[in-house]
Design a protein around this ligand. Structure first.
Ligand SMILES: [Fe+2]
Length: 357
């Protein structure tokens, strides 16, 4: 047993206190206290590995002192001292966390055995705690590394997604800037229907990414001047699903996925890919749908010339409740959002000469 283990003997009676000290002093660092109060003073100054504590003392009850010791130093082992008459109290002390009890008068072997047992338990507990600390530290480091790697993957994926958006823009010159423009209109509508700051950010991301699935549609179809064949139209109609598949692995874009997937659903259920109807379609997807159509109507397309604002308004009313959510048509018309939108994209219109308001 290591000589530097510290033991405190607490007993108000000189006889047992000294007897214990004599048994232990050659092997351990032994201190003595003649009262509960003196023991607490010792504890305030020094840490002990083991305390031998008399149950009956005039100032502080031994069981109360045991509780106090365990509160201040939970790892310190405590052995209670008792007479035959109070074995019941000693048993109670065990329930409060004491290691064992010694019955007066002591015999050398019992004292040495119980102290050795206490110090072994103390060492084991210390070893387990240190191991636990090491594991927690290693775990924290591992968590940090995983988080860093995860952020790295997300960041690379985000860059890839941006490249894909740029690739779609490059494929279809007519849609260049379309995503950023409809993001502005979608946010305008969102503000007017009471979207939170988080919902406005979400719809902005969805608007920018909504057509990312066009990366999977051949350029010859995207740029075709003539009417599309049924087969070509079927290919175009796959782009919301392709877009959702591209974005699904990105954790931070998971709420964008349904908006991309459903941006071609119609209010009357005749849209695609799933033919969802009315409130089955997420409100933000209904917003993307109407902004997508508004910007397309206000732009020159391979298959149609840009419409005037008045014509767009007529078209919105004509398609209210069929193509578009009537609540959103109302919001756009009552708040003159088309006029505000055109002011917002003024710079954009100058950059794209084919764009007509
Ligand atoms: Fe689309």
């Amino acid at each position: 047993m290591a000589n530097d283990s510290r033991i405190l003997i607490v007993d108000d009676e000189l006889g047992p206190r000294e007897a214990l000290r004599m048994i232990l002093r050659d092997d351990y660092q032994v201190a003595v206290a003649a009262s509960g109060k003196e023991a607490l003073d010792c504890f305030a100054r020094t840490e002990y590995d083991l305390v031998i504590l008399d149950i009956r003392m005039p100032d502080i009850n031994g069981v109360d002192l045991l509780a106090e010791v365990k509160k201040k130093a939970p790892d310190t082992e405590v052995v209670m001292i008792t007479a035959y008459a109070s074995v019941e109290t000693a048993t109670k002390a065990l329930r409060y966390g004491a290691l064992d009890y010694l019955i007066k008068p002591f015999d050398r072997a019992s004292v040495q055995n119980v102290v050795e047992k206490g110090l072994i338990r103390r060492d084991n507990n210390r070893f387990i705690k240190n191991k636990l600390k090491e594991l927690q530290l290693a775990n924290k480091t591992l968590e940090e590394e995983v988080e860093y790697a995860y952020k790295n993957i997300q960041s690379h994926y985000s860059e890839t997604v941006s490249s894909l958006v740029a690739a779609v823009d490059a494929k279809d010159a007519y849609t260049k800037g379309h995503q950023e423009r409809i993001a502005k209109l979608a946010q305008l509508i969102g503000q007017n229907v009471g979207f939170s700051a988080e919902e406005l950010e979400l719809i902005k991301q969805a608007a920018i990414l909504h057509d990312i699935g066009k990366i999977g549609v051949p350029e010859s179809i995207l740029m075709k001047q003539d009417t599309l064949t049924d087969e070509e139209y079927a290919i175009i109609k796959k782009h919301p699903v392709i877009g959702a598949e591209i974005l699904s692995p990105v954790q931070f874009l998971k709420e964008v996925v349904p908006l991309v997937l459903y941006h071609h659903e119609r209010f009357d259920g005749k849209g695609y890919p799933q033919g969802l109807k009315g409130s089955q379609i997420p409100l933000s997807a209904r917003v993307i749908c109407i902004t997508d159509a508004v910007d397309a109507m206000l732009s020159n397309r391979p298959y149609s010339h840009a419409k005037t604002v008045e014509k767009v308004k007529e078209e919105l009313l004509r398609c209210s409740e069929t193509h578009f959510d009537p609540q959103l048509v109302d919001v756009i018309l009552k708040n003159e959002l088309l006029a505000i939108y055109l002011l917002l994209v003024e710079k954009d219109r100058r950059q794209f000469p084919q764009y007509r308001g």
